[in-house]
Each structure stands twice: as C-alpha cells, then as structure tokens.
Design a protein around this ligand. Sequence first.
Ligand code: NAD
Length: 497
Amino acid sequence: MLAMIERAGGAPVRIPAGRMLIDGKWCEAADGRTITVYDPATEDKIAEIAAGSADDIGRAVDAAQRCFESTLWQKMRPIDRGRLLEKLAILIERDADELARLETLDNGKPYFVSRNVDMQFAIDALRYYGGWASKVNGEYITLSPLFDDGGTYRAYTDRRPVGVVGGITPWNFPLGQAIQKIAPAIAFGCTIVLKPSEEASLTTLRLGELILEAGLPDGAVNIVTGYGQEAGQALVDHPKVRKIAFTGSTATGQRILQASARHMKRVTLELGGKSPTIILADADLDKAIPGAANAIFPNSGQVCTAGSRLFIEASVFDEVSAGVARIASELRLGSGFDPDTQLGPLISARQIERVSALVASGLDEGAVPLCGAARNGQKGYFYQPTVLTGGRAGMRIAREEVFGPVVIAMPINDLRQIKSLANDTEFGLGASIWTRDLNKAHLLAAEIDAGTVWINTHNVLDTSMPFGGVKLSGLGREFGTEVVHAYTEPRAVCMRL
Ligand code: NAD
C-alpha cells in the first residue's frame, strides 16, 4: 500500500496512500473517496489520502470508546502508558530522517527544519508527556461542615481521564501537532480519534504505522483523514467524544466551541494570532533586528505566534525596519530538499491567494513595501518575505492574521502608548519585548494580554511551559502542569468519619 517517490533530493520517500487507521487496522474510506495531495514546492501530485466521512468517524469513535472501556486500558498501569509513549519516541528517533523527508515533501518546509525542529519536538513531547502518565495526583481536603453533627468530614479527589478525545490539527507543524494531541491523551488515560489537516496528513499516517509497531492497543489511537467540514465536523458533533483538542484558525475554533455546547464537550482551542514584536531604542539592535526577522519569517510565516506586527521606538525605526528588510531580502527561497533553502513555499494555492490579497489591501490602504510584496517564481506556492512600513493600527493588514511571511512595521512615538498599541488586537497569543532594561521589560510583560510574552527572544516553545492564547487566540492551555486539567476531570469523594 506504500508508493515510493524519488523526487525528494535523491532519497526515496515512502508515501502512505489512501488509508486510515481505525481500531488498529488500516482501511479505506467507507465510500472509497480520496483527496489528492500536492507538493507545495512543485504543485505536482504526490499522493491520494482517504476522504473520511461521518461513517468513518463513527467507526473510529466506537473503536476509541471500546478501547477506553476495556479492562486492558482501564487496568493498564499509568507507568506502562508512559512506556508506550517512550517506545513511540524511540521509533520516531529511528525513522526521523525518513519522517522529516516526508514532512518536507508534504508541507514544503526545509529538510533541516523538519529534521531538527519538527522531529525533535515530537520526540521531546512524547518523552515529556510519557513522564506525566505516572504523576497525576488528587487532593486530600479537610471540610468545614455547616452544622456540628459530631462527625468529622474529609474529602479526596482523584483525576479521571475525560474519555474519548477528538484531536484536530492544522498543516503548519503536522507531525508535531499530531503528537501534541495524541501524547497527552494517552498519558492521561484517554483514547483518541485524530483528524489531521487535509493539506498535510502524510506524516500523521506514517505515525500510525509506528503507533502499531509501538504496541498501543487497538482503538487507543485512530487516525481519520478528510475534509474539516465533513470528517472534522462529524468528530466535533459525535456525542461520544468527550473533548475536542483543536489547533487551527479562530473561525473554525469558534464553530467548534458553538457545536461543543450541545454535548457540553470539554475543549482546548489553540487558535490564530497577530503577535507584536516590540523593539525599544535601548535594545541590543544586533540581536533585536535578526530577532524580529526570526519572529516572522521561519516556516514562511506560517507560525501561530509569528511576530507579524513590529512596533519600533521612533528613534530607531528606520534602522530597525531597514535591517529587518535587508535580512528578508537575503533569505533564499526554494525546494525544502535544497540544502541552501531557508524558506519553503506556503502550503497551498488558497493560502498564497489569501496572503496576496491581504498584502494588496495593505498597499491600497497606504502601506509601503521595503521588500517583497509579491509571489516568487512561476511554480510552487512561494511568497517573497515582505516588510511593510507606513502601517496604521486600523489597516486590515495590521489586524488580520496573514499566516505568511509578511510583517507590518509601525513606530512607537510615545513609550506610554506601548501597552495600548500591543493590546489593540482581537488576538492574544504571543508577544516579544526587546530591551536592555529588564525592569522595564518585566513591567511591560505584565501589561500585555497574551498567553506568552518573550523577553529578548521570540517563538521559544517548550513542553514544560504552558502554551495557549487569550481573547480570540483560544481557550485553555497545552503543555506544562496546566495540561493535566485539559485531559482529566477531578472527582470528589466526600466522607463522614
Ligand atoms: P483551519 O481552521 O482551516 O483547519 C484546522 C483543522 O480544522 C484542519 O484539520 C481542518 O480540516 C479542520 N476543520 C476545518 N473546518 C472544520 C470544522 N467545521 N469542524 C471541525 N474541523 C474543521 O486552520 P489551518 O488553516 O489548517 O491552520 C492555520 C491556522 O491555525 C492559523 O490560524 C494558525 O494561527 C492556527 N494555528 C494555531 C496554533 C496555536 O497553537 N495557537 C498553532 C498552529 C496553527
């Protein structure tokens, strides 16, 4: 069932084709439909994946529910669930080169990024969550009864897995996002049906093979590929799914939140952003200028925490914006398999149209490009790294998430404005502050409405640090100690002694 593809820089890549993982078995969509997958760097067809329907989701949820209720799963020692995740980490380590090539083929990102960032993140996250499996504790509570009836009242809590989880992931970090949903679900004793993005499902399917090899019980992890509005929506609507763990756009997150109300599903929503990078005049500009470029351009700007609004103190505005533009115009675009490539393509024709339209709206509203502002090349979905100035807070380009390599630079004329400039957005995912004055940095960090504020760095993620957004950037947190609450429910047991 696996086709080989030779295009990938000489090394053949195995393509998982047309199948989904349900109840520990590979199967085609019940109605046989498929989705064609294209290489975003060449626009060539590379694979067909199954277009799962509500029927397929139903079978997968039934399998996940059976596994969840099984004696095998209920009695499995937490430490052994952790060992399954460790085994999976070892298998990904073994196959990391091949998985990284597949990620690059499917998503377009440079191979060195797939190999050193995406694969390492997946491995680390499996180990991090594997450790959690045996560290879930309840509380012992002394009560204060309203009436003295001679009794002594105590309560304890235990944390129980929420049940079957529906995981839904986007295309920008496909394997890493899949692990981000699967690993905590398994660690905390849930089972899961995962619906990867139709734009980039191949490494998640390959992961399914490793999940079987690692020996997870049938039905513990099911992977159903398909369109969001069909398979994704069916997963969200399914009454037996007790929690949706979603990463994707704010618009889809809002739909999911509404639909989840019907069955009162638990949700974690990791959504979009319009994160500010704030550079003060006293910053070490030798670090802050490349730092601002690094905040926006990696993964061709397709990063939820991308620093897409660049606020620069007026006295250094020209120096910083020109510096970021110089770095942007020197970035090398190309095939992710070319070792010289620094930026790959955007994911799809739809995405390049969206980025082009938003940049055009910015130019119409008076923004001035210092570089870029155009597609790159005739083939593939490449967009030139773009730095715009002349920005004002009201412009669409300064308000909407672009999800491309585009930053709009705006001056800070009065330091007292920083808080209101940074927070003047519907989003609240990330922010970075660049200054040598750490006192100022911490005071400012406390004023910014964002899930993560970085100081003299940007986009540093770590599985031990809680991650998520405020405002339209989401609900709940993944990673860190917060993750326990996302996949377990406390049950209080109250007693009279
Ligand atoms: P998207 O919302 O279009 O799709 C995400 C996933 O949701 C896909 O699997 C899709 O098939 C599915 N989906 C679409 N409609 C659905 C529906 N009605 N019901 C259920 N599922 C549905 O997002 P995208 O374009 O794939 O990803 C880009 C977005 O993801 C950006 O907004 C980005 O900021 C966000 N993102 C956020 C984070 C974070 O952690 N906050 C991380 C990465 C990406």
